[in-house]
Design a protein around this ligand. Structure first.
Ligand code: SAJ
Length: 414
């Protein structure tokens, strides 16, 4: 089967790079997004997110006519769905974006098409997506109904790229591909082989779903271990970064790094999908989430403690992004900490975030809070808090820190 036209639904952090890479391999790609601003930008060859090298690839693909965008789905040989899967209150997975897309693409499906869900999803979501499409198109059969003989082949292939390294990882990482039928798996593998140099590992949809959740839970549990160690080490006046680097010299120990909490739209979210579906069994995974979610509160307590006794303290908060050297503020513990401090009116807040030009809306309207450069912030501050280890922070002149109370949540200056 040859995929001449592929439609990528959802032009965000995963969909847009995937669309661009596919188009750069000569496939005709139609990107679809409900956000007209994103669609208009893409049609002009512009990108709406910061990701190294993405702009070049997008621009070239749009210029050659291989990549274009629309707000309305159109017929294609394959559909890759990369929409958000957040959770609702009580950590219940929210599949409403997948449901909306299923209903939106169903009318343009034709016999022989492939539909691949890339969004990180709870176990069973791919089958649920197929059911939504089938309900809209009773004239077609789908993989979950008639297996290899289906008209529409449905598979899951979770994205696994690391923000900041997306363009390389999209091509080089192995992919886990699980269809609702062996034929769907094989077809999806064939599609991914057009741009993936890593291996395309074949399984079933449910295993692929749990595999992605497992990867991110593994990381969350390991970061929780590091965060817990940071609390324990502090109790004894021990430098946790030295402790970890020494322990990591053991040939079979590899501890991750503590920080102000775990952010992003993946690691802080996906483990809950496991906990929600198997609450009585996923005890360690739940506890890890709780340990990591507690860390921002702990950082706030430390700042409040440091501010005691200083009249009108000036607090420099370095970094808002959820991790180093990206502009992504989604689910960022650093942003949460700054928001909390702003509401507490603890003192003047000098916020530094080199990767954004204006404060996010959630920090607007506080008259005791300003976005400033790193040197200005440190020079004016009584308390300096490192929330993100962005490269521009690592090289600052340490003499600037003399006489200031430093709370380095990332071990950036040790
Ligand atoms: N963090 C620490 N200590 C560490 C590593 C990370 O505190 O040692 C924090 C970061 O500061 C950040 C959060 O964890 O707040 C998550 O960052 P990350 O770099 O671990 O992961 P993400 O969310 O950028 O990307 C993850 C990746 N998953 C794994 O590494 C298993 C990526 O491969 C996935 O594609 C992505 O989630 C996703 O989209 O699911």
């Amino acid at each position: 089967m040859k995929f001449e036209t592929v439609s990528v639904i959802g032009l965000g952090y995963i969909g847009l790079p995937t669309a661009a890479v596919l188009a750069s391999r000569g496939v005709r790609v139609l990107g679809v997004d409900v956000n007209k601003r994103v669609v208009d930008a893409l049609n002009k060859g512009e990108v709406t997110i910061v990701e190294p090298d993405l702009d070049m690839v997008v621009q070239a693909a749009v210029l050659t006519g291989k990549l274009s965008a629309s707000t309305v789905p159109q017929p294609a040989d394959a559909f890759l769905i990369a929409v958000p899967t957040p959770f609702k209150d009580d950590h219940v997975p929210d599949l409403s974006y997948i449901e909306a897309v299923s209903k939106a693409i169903a009318p343009v499906l034709k016999r022989g098409d492939l539909v691949v869900l890339e969004s990180t999803s709870p176990v069973g979501a791919t089958e649920q997506m197929a059911e939504w499409m089938a309900a809209t198109r009773p004239d077609l059969t789908f993989s979950h109904q008639t297996g290899n003989d289906a008209d529409i082949h449905v598979a899951h292939c979770p994205e696994r790229v690391l923000p900041g390294h997306v363009m390389r990882e999209l091509v080089e990482n192995d992919r886990v591909i699980g269809g609702l039928s062996p034929k769907a798996t094989e077809m999806a593998a064939q599609l991914y082989r057009t741009f993936v140099t890593g291996e395309c590992l074949q399984t079933d949809a449910r295993t692929a779903e749990l595999c992605k959740l497992t990867e991110n839970s593994f990381r969350d549990v390991n970061i929780a271990f590091a965060n817990e160690l940071s609390l324990v080490a502090e109790r004894f006046g021990i430098d946790v970064w030295e402790l970890i680097s020494l322990a990591n010299r053991h040939p079979r120990v590899n501890i991750l790094q503590p920080g102000p909490g775990v952010g992003g739209h993946c690691i802080a979210v996906d483990p809950w999908f496991i906990v929600h579906s198997a609450p009585d069994r996923a005890r360690l995974i739940r506890t890890a989430r709780e340990v990591n979610d507690y860390k921002p509160h702990y950082v706030i307590e430390k700042i409040v403690e440091a501010a005691k006794g200083i009249a009108q303290p000036r607090i420099a908060c370095l970094g808002l992004a959820f991790k180093a050297d990206i502009d992504d503020l989604r689910e960022s513990p650093s942003l949460d900490i700054v928001k909390h401090l702003a509401k507490m009116k603890l003192g003047e807040l000098l916020v530094v975030e080199p990767y954004i030009e204006a404060l996010p809306r959630s920090l607007e309207g506080f008259d005791h809070l300003r976005l400033v450069g790193v040197e200005e912030a440190i020079r004016s501050a009584d308390i300096v808090v490192v929330l993100v280890n962005h490269k521009p922070f690592l090289s600052i002149d340490r003499a600037l820190l003399t006489g200031r109370h430093v709370i380095d949540t990332r071990g950036a200056w040790r």
